[in-house]
Design a protein around this ligand. Sequence first.
Ligand code: MG
Length: 255
Amino acid sequence: MAVGSGLQLKSPREIDTMARGGAILAATHAFVKTHVQPGVSTGELDRLAEQFIRDHAGAEPAFKGLYGFPGAVCISVNEEIVHGIPSNKRILNSGDIVSVDIGVKFEGMFTDAAITHPVGVIDEVTQRLLEVTERSLAAGIAAATTDNHVGDIGAAIQAVVETAGFSIVRELVGHGVGFAPHEEIQIPNYGKAKRGKKLVAGLTIAIEPMVNVGTAKTRTLGDKWTVVTLDGKRSAHFEHTIAVTDAGPRVLTVV
Ligand code: MG
C-alpha cells in the first residue's frame, strides 16, 4: 500500500481488483432494479442483493455488520436520505423512490455505489430530482482529474444541484474507499474550485451527492441509523467509486 500525504493510494493492480468487485456491485444494482416494483418490501430487496453478491466467488456485502448495521445493503425510501434499514414491513408503493446503497468486498478490496430508483409512476418534481442528482454525480466524476483538487468535485456537484433549485446535504460526504469501506479523505458535495487536497493518481474515492427537494438539513431517526430530511421532503442519492488516474477519472462500479 502506498501512502502519500495521508492518502491511501492504490496500485494499478489494486485498482483493477476494485474494478472487478465494482462490476459485481454494478450487476447487483441491475438485478435489484428488476425487482423494484409496488408491493415489494425493502427486506426482500436486501435478501436478493445479498444472495446475488454471495453468488460471486470472493465477494461479500461490505455493509453487513459494518459498525453494527443490521442489513446487507442500505435501503432508504422517499424522505430517507441514507442508511435506511431494510425491513419486511416496509412495502414500496407506486410513486415512491427507493435509494439502494451497496458495498462490496472482493478479494480484500472495497467498492461502494448507490442508485435511487423510481417505484411505479413518480411525479414530475421527483423525476427531476433523480435526473439532477445523477447529472450532478457525473459532473463530480468529470472533475476528478489530476489537475484538480477535492474542492473542484464538490463545486461541480453543487453547481448542478443549486442551478436546478435543489439543495445539497452537507452533513454527509463522500470518502476514500478501497482498502477499507471508509478511508480518511472526505469528499464534500459542495465547495470551491482549487481548494482542498490535490487529487493524485491512485486515489480511489466514493463520490455520492445526496440531493434534497427542500431543506438541506437532516436528522437521524430513533433507530440510530436512518438519516431523513428535516422537512420530510424527498431526497435522492447516486454514488460511484472512482479511481483518479493520469488518463482521467475511471469509474470502477460499472459492469
Ligand atoms: Mg455508499
